[in-house]
Write a protein that binds this ligand. Structure first.
Ligand code: PLP
Length: 370
């Protein structure tokens, strides 16, 4: 099995096909007035419509960016500039795209409040309600955790933020294409997406910005994306992202049935051993992610052994591996360093087969008990 799909995904063949013309003959600059440029611009607008359909929003509410990290950073920075307020309310389990940005803001004198999570990784709207203050510029909470797959009740939280007149941003990088999204009547102000988590290439992302919301650009320079995101567009990747969004929408049912069944069977088979435990709430969770703790074993060693047998998985998120520091997400859920360092994230995609999942079970069992 290839890399854990929560870390990245393979480019869908249809996505690759859709990109080829824009990497070869159709190389015009979308901002140019000549016909060639207008044709390219049309392709970007088509991709915007495809992403909007996945989100259930209007195409004009979608801005293309370079990645999920940029979308997260842009959303938070914009809120500070447009509101003039000085506090960010977030959680203790965010991806480094938000976590590290928050630390930087804190070092620059802004206030950051990080809500704790329960032992199963969940968080309640009530916690947000109590923590919002008159100085809260924005509440930024991830929709699904990239390590455990645990979902936060973001729609409910967005509504309460709206009632309090506070902006709400969600990092939806892990949920897009896995659970249905409908922003048409949602109170979410901004939402981040990343292409490479839904079978589009790396290096393209999107930021949903609710119509009529104020926005202060993060990158200053050009006038692209109606002045909200400078820089000549990454046309081929945007086209691929659009096609990937279209496919994700078509296949969303499969994520919730076949992919989920594969994940559940994998978990059940491994949980037969009492030394294996699931980290995180098993109900309010993405259908494709499984974070397992192997009591008494080092995740680093297990991952190395899995790798040698052709199974890719990660300890903590791939973006923080290399250091083998315990995961801040698992620590925030109350796991000791030792427990966190014996935990591994597995994730499945629609490109995985049941045979592969069964082989993964065999590899994990043999490695763990062997
Ligand atoms: N947010 C979450 C929850 C993620 O899982 C990731 C990537 O792992 C990102 C943001 C960053 O996205 P990108 O790699 O496109 O910058």
């Amino acid at each position: 099995m290839g890399p854990s799909v929560a870390a990245t995904t393979k480019i869908a063949p249809e996505v690759f096909e859709s990109m080829i013309p824009y990497l070869t003959d159709l190389y015009g600059n979308p901002s140019s007035a000549y016909r060639f440029g207008k044709q390219i611009n049309g392709a970007i607008e088509h991709a915007r419509e495809q992403v909007a359909l996945l989100l259930g929003c209007e195409p004009k509410e979608v801005l293309f960016t370079s990645c999920g990290t940029e979308s997260d950073n842009a959303a938070i920075s914009s809120a500070f500039q447009t509101t003039g307020k000085r506090q960010l309310l977030t959680s203790a389990v965010e991806h480094s795209a938000v976590k590290n940005h928050a630390e930087k803001l804190e070092n620059s004198g802004f206030g950051v409040l990080r809500l704790p999570v329960a032992a199963d990784g969940t968080l309640t709207p009530c916690q947000v309600e109590k923590a919002v203050t008159d100085d809260t510029a924005i509440v930024s909470l991830m929709w699904a955790n990239n390590e455990t797959g645990v979902l936060f009740p973001v729609e409910e939280i967005a509504s309460l933020c709206h009632d309090r007149g506070v902006l709400f941003h969600t990092d939806a990088v892990q949920v897009a294409g896995k659970i249905p999204l409908d922003l048409s009547s949602s109170k979410i102000t901004m939402l981040s997406l990343s292409g490479h988590k839904l079978h589009a290439p790396k290096g393209v992302g999107a930021l949903y910005l609710k119509r009529r919301s104020k926005f202060a650009p993060y990158l200053i320079g050009g006038s692209q994306e109606k002045g909200k995101r400078a820089g000549t567009e990454n046309v081929a990747s945007i086209v691929g992202f659009g096609r990937a969004a279209e496919l994700a929408l078509e296949k969303i049912g499969e994520e919730r049935t076949r992919v989920k069944a594969m994940r559940d069977r994998f978990e059940e088979a491994l949980l037969a051993d009492p030394r294996v435990k699931v980290n995180g709430n098993r109900e309010d969770r993405l259908p494709n992610t499984s974070n397992l703790r192997f009591e008494g074993k080092s995740a680093e060693h297990l991952i190395g052994d899995f790798d040698a047998l052709g199974l890719c998985a990660s300890a903590g998120s791939a973006c923080t591996t290399g250091s083998m520091a315990p995961s801040h997400v698992l620590n925030a859920m109350g796991l000791s360093d030792e427990q966190a360092l014996s935990s591994i994230r597995f994730s499945f995609s629609r490109y995985n087969t049941q045979e592969e999942a069964d082989r993964a079970i065999r590899i994990v069992k043999e490695t763990f008990t062997g």
